[in-house]
Ligand binder design. Structure first.
Ligand SMILES: Cc1ncc(C[n+]2csc(CCOP(=O)(O)OP(=O)(O)O)c2C)c(N)n1
Ligand code: SF4
Length: 246
């Protein structure tokens, strides 16, 4: 018999994500970790614009809906004025890495003490599947109808790798929500990121590869397979900057 996981107290409301979307799984994992760390009533979210913003309707928690791409700037302020409160930015790839690339990168560069969770579904989900900075080479989207041409649009950003190679961040990882095993690993990454924040070690980021069946034109199951066969080839999973456990 499957073991039922207790729904965290702050996550009791039904979500409005499309069937097969990964956002709901990611939010559930974040809330489970917060509860297990006894921080679920000591948290403030800076929420991006996009399907990520639907977190606001799902959680019973303090949160601020930020201007598009600006969650890292807002979270910088929140954490600096309230250093003992958990501060989390929850964003999509278009919000964090395209429209808000400057703010997202600058917060990592300064090693700000909050945690960033980016749901990477390789497109702008909410607005109908346009190309973002993580769209794969050759991927067809509504604004790259012949497939992404990296000669003219750049190559997809690998943010956890970028910040762990170039900046002095505390923790950086990439997970996926494609199987129970990967969900459990992603939960471990989220917890490491939150522990880095609790222990005041600095900036932590976890990118989560997530299906967007609606804009990919796939069934939920096919979308999971697509992540395993194609998306993960370009965006490898794992920890890029590990914490020194204190
Ligand atoms: C300044 C501004 N530009 C554009 C938009 C339109 N817009 C709303 S959501 C969105 C895409 C969000 O995509 P992403 O961050 O990848 O999140 P997802 O919906 O895929 O979770 C865009 C472009 C906006 N609201 N504000
Ligand atoms: S459009 Fe994509 S990202 Fe948005 S809720 Fe639907 S499946 Fe999820």
């Amino acid at each position: 018999m499957p073991i039922a996981r207790k729904v965290p107290e702050i996550a009791q409301k039904a979500s409005t994500f499309c069937p097969g979307c990964g956002h709901g799984i990611a939010i559930r994992l974040i809330t489970e970790c917060l509860e297990e760390l006894n921080q679920d009533r000591n948290v403030m979210f800076g929420i991006g614009v996009g399907c990520s913003s639907l977190l606001g309707g799902v959680l019973d928690t303090d949160r601020l809906h930020c201007l598009h791409g600006r969650a890292s700037a807002v979270c910088t302020g929140m954490k600096r004025v309230s250093p003992d409160q958990m501060v989390i930015s929850y964003q999509g790839d278009g919000d964090a890495y395209s429209i808000g690339l400057a703010e997202t990168t600058s917060a990592a560069y300064r090693n700000e003490g909050f945690s960033v969770f980016v749901i990477n579904n390789t497109n702008y989900g909410m607005t109908g599947g346009q190309m973002s900075n993580t769209t794969l080479p050759g991927q067809k989207t509504t604004t790259s109808v012949h497939g992404r041409d990296c000669e003219t649009t750049g190559t997809p950003i690998k943010f956890p790798e970028l910040v762990s190679n170039q900046f002095n961040v505390a923790y950086a990882a990439r997970g996926a929500v494609t199987s129970p095993a990967e969900v459990n690993k992603t939960k471990k990454y989220i917890k490491e990121a939150l522990l880095a924040q609790i222990n005041k070690e600095g900036y932590s980021v976890v990118e989560i590869l997530s299906p967007c069946p609606t804009n990919w034109g796939m069934t939920p199951l096919k979308a999971i397979e697509h992540i395993k066969d194609t998306v993960q080839e370009f965006f490898p999973l794992g920890e890029f900057k590990k914490r020194e456990v204190k």
